[in-house]
Design a protein around this ligand. Structure first.
Ligand SMILES: Cc1cc2nc3c(=O)[nH]c(=O)nc-3n(C[C@H](O)[C@H](O)[C@H](O)COP(=O)(O)OP(=O)(O)OC[C@H]3O[C@@H](n4cnc5c(N)ncnc54)[C@H](O)[C@@H]3O)c2cc1C
Length: 566
């Protein structure tokens, strides 16, 4: 058994910022546990930037940032949390600037800011199109500087608590295969998003499998607003790899097969810089109504045209996008438009927390994409996730340190480690009549069809039934590789089991929310219904293993719900 005061699960931006905050308190034993090496965390893939009302390019204020965020969320975000995030934004940007984060600059030396979807002003601070990469490197450097301890390539399995307080967790050391109990007075989950459920077409890293929300669910901790999954408008045609919103922020056009800038029909004012839910639906509508392109492999798409930006701007501001387009589509955006289609991208829903990152179990926190504060409501604005992870990582880290003062460890039964051992042993001993790759593809297909960009009662029900069928069939999955060291067969099986649990909550939430709001667009209930559904969905697992849905009010402070027009 290992013992720490605080364990942070996840070394993306959320986990590392929380770790930095805890490292201010000397004498505490803190560990960051992560299944991938920290600088391979998914935050490193973030391209376009991070929002803060610095007003370096145009007059701006945290209040305007908050309004845009709440409107972007289709009024489902909790406004007290949004206001807190937007007020703290300039402070965290300066904090990271002082850590040495190499932001792109204006000619007078101040941090540059670019326009992003749904924002009234250029508010997105960036480092070319590699913002997440430099952020992750900078935060990791700082963690090393302040002596944060890392358990690299460890996989968290389950949470242990006594019904009231957290006792710690179980995890497997991927290098040795040993299953270990880790006692802790506080645990902060920062395990990232779960869009890998849409396996075949997503911008997400392989590891974004919803491990945190699945662990929380199994531990009886509720999940919030799981039906809201963001589909980013511009994934590359074949792979779904992301082309940042920054490309449209720099002035890129979306063009259909008739050569039209079709966004004029959907968002005449904001055009390509309308929020993501709206632009994704617009692209899909163009394709469904026959105004898209189709290639010889049957891929349907529209074009993102950057040619008019010119060589210099593309090389300076969007160098990674150019490389990705050349490598994965064989298209140089300086010369030709890029074929794109929406891709599963971001999880608005997650572990239910308050604005300090606290969950229903004392001492258990969730921050970043695995949590739901909620600051993104039904639709996240681009540039607000990198902000969310650092702001709430910081807040939760501080709160965790304060909350454990004077508190002793809760008893951690050894049997919990044995139970996990048995669960894993069963995977080696199963009959193996089902195949992981087959089930993963089936899950991806059914989720994309039934709980994708457009949804209906019939499709959602089909998806839910199929997810439950896959869950049963998954009991016959076998881990064939018996090696103890870096058993990727075992890890992928555990991740898949987590994805199924989370997928079921997405479909269930989607079924229960009989309205269209943000990214949840129901063809059978096309309107937003504030009277019945201006509330968060909450899903928890009962002791009988059944999922139960309840509702929680939305916090409204300054911005009364209004029609969302762009
Ligand atoms: C391609 C792309 C581009 C993006 N660009 C932007 C952008 O420009 N601006 C913006 O605001 N947002 C952007 N986003 C969203 C943003 O990058 C993410 O929401 C954010 O980085 C998530 O950070 P995180 O700290 O919550 O998790 P992550 O960075 O995903 O880190 C998760 C961590 O959890 C660990 N982990 C997970 N499960 C386990 C387990 N079982 N055991 C142990 N460790 C575990 C992983 O090892 C990892 O260290 C983008 C997203 C994508 C996909």
């Amino acid at each position: 058994m290992l013992t720490y005061d605080i364990v942070i699960v996840g070394a993306g931006g959320g986990g590392l910022y929380a770790a930095l905050e805890t490292s201010r308190c000397k004498g505490l034993r803190v560990a960051v546990l992560t299944k991938v090496y920290p600088t391979r965390s998914h935050t490193g893939a973030a391209q376009g930037g991070i929002n803060a009302a610095l007003g370096n390019v145009a007059p701006d204020s945290p209040e305007k940032h908050a309004y845009d965020t709440v409107k972007g969320s289709d009024f489902l975000a909790d406004q007290d949390a949004v206001e807190l995030m937007c007020e703290m934004a300039p402070k965290v940007i300066r904090e990271m600037e002082h850590m040495g984060l190499p932001f792109s600059r204006l000619s007078d030396g101040r941090i540059a800011q670019r326009p992003f979807g749904g924002a009234s002003f250029p508010r997105t601070c960036y480092a070319a199109d590699k913002t997440g990469h430099v952020m992750l490197q900078t935060l990791y450097e700082q963690c090393i500087r302040f002596g944060v301890e890392f358990l690299n390539e460890w996989f968290a399995l389950s949470l242990v608590h006594n019904g009231e307080r957290i006792a710690g967790l179980t995890a497997v050391n991927l290098r040795t295969g040993s299953i270990v109990g880790i006692r802790a007075r506080a645990v902060i989950l920062a395990t990232g998003g779960h869009a890998r459920i849409y396996w075949k077409r997503t911008s997400n890293a392989l590891g974004n499998t919803g491990d945190g929300p699945a662990m929380a669910l199994r531990a009886g901790v509720p999940l919030k607003d799981m039906e809201f999954v963001q589909f980013h408008p511009t994934g590359l045609r074949r792979t779904g790899i992301l082309v940042t919103e920054g490309a449209r922020g720099e002035g890129g056009y979306l063009i259909n097969a008739k050569g039209e800038r079709f966004m004029e029909r959907y968002a005449p004012e904001k055009m390509e810089l309308a929020p993501r839910d709206l632009v994704s639906r617009a692209i899909e509508t163009e394709i469904m109504e026959g105004r898209g392109f189709e290639d010889e492999e049957g891929n349907k798409f529209v074009y993102l045209d950057l040619r008019h930006l010119g060589r210099k701007k593309i090389l300076e501001r969007l160098p990674q996008i150019r490389e990705l387009a050349i490598d994965f589509e064989g298209v140089d955006p300086i010369e030709e438009p890029i074929p794109v289609r929406p891709t599963a991208h971001y999880s608005m829903g997650g572990i239910d927390t308050d604005k300090f990152g606290r969950t229903s179990i004392k001492g258990l926190y969730a921050v970043g994409e695995c949590g739901c504060v909620s600051v993104h409501g039904a639709n996240r604005l681009g540039g607000n996730s990198l902000l969310d992870i650092v702001v709430f990582g910081k807040i939760a880290g501080k709160d965790a340190v304060e909350s454990i003062e004077g508190l002793d460890f809760v008893s951690f039964p050894e049997s919990k480690v044995k139970d996990e051992g048995e669960r894993i042993k069963a995977l080696f001993n199963s009959d193996g009549s089902e195949k992981l790759s087959q089930l993963r593809n089936e899950l991806s297909d059914v989720m994309s069809e039934g709980v994708g960009i457009f949804r209906s009662e019939e499709g959602i029900r089909r998806a839910l039934n199929k997810v439950r069928e896959i869950k049963e069939r998954a009991k016959k999955l076998k881990v064939y590789d018996t090696e103890l060291t870096f058993n990727t067969n075992l890890q992928q099986t555990l991740e898949f089991l987590n994805m199924i649990e989370v997928a079921e909550t997405i479909a269930l939430g989607a079924l229960e929310r009989k309205e269209s709001r943000g990214a949840h667009s129901r063809t059978d209930y096309p309107k937003r219904d504030d009277e019945k559904f201006l509330k968060h969905s909450i899903i928890r697992k009962g002791d009988d293993g059944e999922l139960r849905v309840s509702w929680k009010p939305v916090v409204i402070t300054k911005f009364p719900p209004e029609e969302r027009k762009y």
